[in-house]
Structure formats: C-alpha cells, structure tokens
Design a protein around this ligand. Structure first.
Ligand SMILES: Nc1ncnc2c1ncn2[C@@H]1O[C@H](COP(=O)(O)OP(=O)(O)OP(=O)(O)O)[C@@H](O)[C@H]1O
Length: 260
C-alpha cells in the first residue's frame, strides 16, 4: 500500500479568494474515495490539483510521489486517469469512439499524426468491451447519448492503465438505467483486485458505487469530515455539509439521502 495523493495545507486562490483553503489530505493505493459537497464547495478544484492540472497557490501537493512544481506534469498526467465532462468536451464530435479512447495513450483528445500500434488498438477494444461499449467502436463520438459519452470518458481514463483514477461526476444527469449500468461497472472495477486508487466527486449519495471505502466532505473550500465511508456519511455530517436537514440511509452497499 502506498500513498498516491498527499496534500499538505493546499490552498488555491482565485480572484483574491481561497476556493480551496488549507486542505490536508492523503489517499493510499488501496482506497476508493468519494468527495461530496454543495455547488461551489471546491470539489472539482481539489480533483484538478490531484490530476496535476493546477498547482497550489500555497502548500504542497505530492501526486504519485511527484511534487507539483518540481516535475514534468505532462509525464505525470499519463499515469493518472481523469474522467470529466470538461475533458470530454475537447473530443471532436466526428472522432470515432475507438479513437476517442485510444488517443488517451498520447494524452490527446483528437487523432492527428500519432502512430498507434496494433497493441494500442487491441487494448482500446478490450477497454471498450469492459465498459460495454464495443458496439460503438466505429460510431462518431458526437452521436452518442449522454450515458454512452460518460462511459467513454471512463473507458478513456482507464486506457493507460493508470495508477490513480479521478472521476468528476461520472453519472450526473444520466437516466436511471444508464446511471445504474455505469455504477455497476464502476463498482465492479473498484472492487477488482487490479483497480488503482480512485477519487470520485459527486453531489448525490445515490451515485456512490458500492465498494467505495472512504468519504471526504467539503464546504467552502475546507474539509468538514473525512474517513471510512460508513462512519463519515452520517445524517449529521451530510446535513451540515449541505446546510439542510437530511437523513442518510444505507442498504446493500448503497447510500441514499432524503429530507429529514
Ligand atoms: N478561475 C476561477 N476564478 C474565480 N473563481 C473560481 C475560478 N475557478 C473556480 N472558481 C470558484 O471556486 C469555487 C469552487 O469551484 P469548484 O468548481 O471547485 O466547485 P465544485 O464544488 O466542484 O462545484 P460544483 O458542484 O458546482 O461543480 C466556485 O465558487 C467557483 O465559482
């Protein structure tokens, strides 16, 4: 077991305001974290620090044993799987699904002049199969439904066999069937022995895949609570996080919340 994320007093300041405020957080390779918080709490910002996409304004961020500010982030990013809508928006609509996944090998979103080996293509096809996307391999990315696009984002993020996987709202806005299919696949991946460390951002307890082990609650850029998932996702802590009285339930590995 090794530490994959080590944030020490990390602050991110934008327009003179701290949007992450002295965050100290560590995650190890055997942990699957969910990050919850209301709109604007700083979840995506924190995930982008972990993805080596932004540097702390102050404090230290060490990702996969590389300290941000002292390393080539382009190399580091190839070791990190990152699935987000912002990244998916950069994939050209005309790109085939196979290419949308395969181009992750080069850290690019559209195919240009890179030379791919047949091994890249075989791996991309295997990843598409694992995420139940093989029938879409030759379809243009722009013709997919939201649910299919979200799964392509995830498939793309695992293409490089990453040492850490970061997911920004991987099932937000999906219909019930698409959400449950994606959560089942994510849960299977999270609980397979080969899975890397995972950190997933979401707004909804219903969107936490079974098998996630830890939770972190953010509010106004600060950590309110963190720890083992069952002990952290209490009605009290979730009510405080969302500043609304909520009751948390747990059944068959899944959490849910309703107004108290
Ligand atoms: N470049 C920027 N300049 C100024 N403010 C910013 C900048 N980037 C983010 N913010 C602000 O920082 C806060 C945290 O943003 P972030 O996207 O991390 O929140 P979030 O918890 O992911 O929110 P949501 O759940 O709505 O996606 C927000 O209030 C946002 O408006």
């Amino acid at each position: 077991m090794s530490t994959v994320i080590d944030l020490q007093n990390v602050s991110i300041v934008r327009s003179g305001k701290p949007i992450l405020d002295s965050v100290t957080f560590a995650a190890s390779s055997s942990e699957r974290w969910v990050v919850l918080g209301s709109n604007g709490a700083g979840k995506t910002t924190m995930l982008r620090v972990c993805a080596a996409q932004i540097h702390p304004s102050s404090g230290q961020a060490t990702i996969l044993n590389q300290r941000l500010g002292e390393v080539n982030v382009f190399e580091l990013r190839t070791r990190i799987g990152f699935a987000s809508s912002a990244l998916a928006n950069q994939i050209p609509n005309s790109e085939s699904v196979l290419n949308a996944v395969m181009t992750a090998s080069y850290g690019v979103t559209g195919r240009w002049n890179e030379e791919y080996d047949s091994i890249d293509e075989r791996r991309a096809m295997r990843v598409l199969r694992e995420w139940e996307l093989e029938d879409f391999a030759q379809r243009a990315f722009g013709t997919l439904s939201d649910g299919e696009r979200k799964r392509v984002q995830i498939a793309r993020s695992v293409m490089t066999d990453p040492e850490m996987m970061l997911l920004d709202e991987p099932v937000a806005s999906l219909d019930l069937a698409a959400r449950e299919l994606t959560l089942r696949l994510l849960s299977g991946y999270a609980t397979s022995g080969a899975a890397p460390a995972m950190v997933m951002v979401t707004h909804h307890l219903e969107e936490i895949p079974a098998g996630f082990t830890h939770a972190l609650l953010l509010q106004d850029g600060k950590i309110l609570a963190r720890g083992e998932i069952g002990a952290t996702l209490t009605s009290e802590a979730i009510s405080e996080t969302f500043r609304f009285p909520l009751r948390v339930s747990y059944q068959d590995g899944r959490f849910s919340a309703t107004a108290a």
